[in-house]
Write a protein that binds this ligand. Structure first.
Ligand SMILES: NC(=O)c1ccc[n+]([C@@H]2O[C@H](COP(=O)([O-])OP(=O)(O)OC[C@H]3O[C@@H](n4cnc5c(N)ncnc54)[C@H](OP(=O)(O)O)[C@@H]3O)[C@@H](O)[C@H]2O)c1
Length: 262
């Protein structure tokens, strides 16, 4: 199916799901605004998209930098009125196995990048999208948004925050003719998953994940969450009495090696 979107911005396009989504959307008569931090890997994504006939604009910006994000997003939107904005950039970490918690800086950094960085991505373009009464925003959260996991408190908090933010905005934006999709994926192969020491049930490739996400966005779905056994399992842990959810999740242990560069 030919995608309904022609001017698309994707954050985190230098790696993993963001790069795979950019390539999935790359086609003639499509302009892709690709954001990331690693110039070389971002250029690789852009080159692959151009080879498929898309036009690209790239920039290396930290999503925490609200002023730089606003200025680039608005400039892109003036040249190419955006009809799909994908807030995908994210980072992950967690406590050391023998520590009780991950500490202020590790937890706060995940909130700054994943939650505040997404707000910095979405808010600047909402007035323009709503004025045009057209477009869709996609926020990439995680199945970790459904229930906190003992080995990634800051990450789960950031993703639960994203889910609440997206679902709060969705009916507001609908009044202005703008769609909102919250995406809650399970595991897919990427550099982020490479830093994850532990079981990754139902893991899929980033390309397969991008295909599932794209299909949901192109069809205007309000929520895209997969794979269903993990979605169901975590939702069960959430609605069950807390001691049952805790008892189940106590057995699911993993360690995330931090991978960010300052
Ligand atoms: N991997 C999974 O199994 C999984 C499951 C559920 C949800 N997710 C979510 O899916 C999204 C993509 O994950 P992924 O696995 O594709 O991760 P990834 O391969 O590590 O890619 C993360 C992307 O985010 C960018 N990024 C990170 N910190 C940034 C910052 N401060 N400012 C700007 N850009 C930043 C990275 O840019 P550079 O590489 O250029 O630094 C990279 O392009 C994330 O939101 C993640 O939480 C992943």
């Amino acid at each position: 199916m030919r995608s309904p979107f022609r001017a698309i911005i994707i954050t985190g396009a230098s790696s993993g799901l963001g790069a795979a989504l950019a390539k999935a959307y790359a086609a003639p008569q499509t302009v892709l605004g690709l954001l990331g931090r690693d110039r070389q890997r971002l250029a690789d994504t852009a080159r692959a998209c151009e080879a498929q006939g898309a036009e690209t604009r790239t920039a290396t910006i930290e999503v925490e930098d609200a002023a730089a994000m606003t200025s680039w997003l608005m400039e892109f939107d003036r040249a190419h009125p955006v009809d799909l904005l994908v807030a995908n950039a994210g980072t992950s970490a967690g406590p050391e196995p023998e520590s009780p918690s991950e500490g202020v800086e590790t937890a706060a950094r995940q909130i700054r990048v994943n939650l505040i960085g997404t707000i910095n991505t979405v808010e600047p373009l909402l007035p323009a999208l709503c004025a045009r009464r057209h477009g869709r925003v996609a926020i990439i959260a995680s199945i970790a948004a459904f229930r906190g996991l003992p080995d990634s408190p800051g990450y789960c908090a950031s993703k639960a925050g994203l889910r609440a933010y997206a679902e709060a905005l969705r009916p507001r934006l609908a009044r202005f003719g703008v769609g909102m999709t919250i995406v809650c994926p399970g595991f897919f192969d990427s550099p982020m998953t490479n830093r994850f020491d532990g079981p990754t049930p139902f893991v899929i490739s980033a390309e397969t994940a991008a295909r599932v996400v794209k299909r949901g966005l192109d069809r205007g779905r309000r929520r895209v969450a997969f794979p269903w056994p993990l979605v169901f399992g975590l939702k069960f842990c959430d609605v069950a009495p807390a001691f049952i959810g805790d008892a189940i999740l106590r057995h699911y242990r993993f360690h995330i090696r931090p991978g960010w560069s300052e």
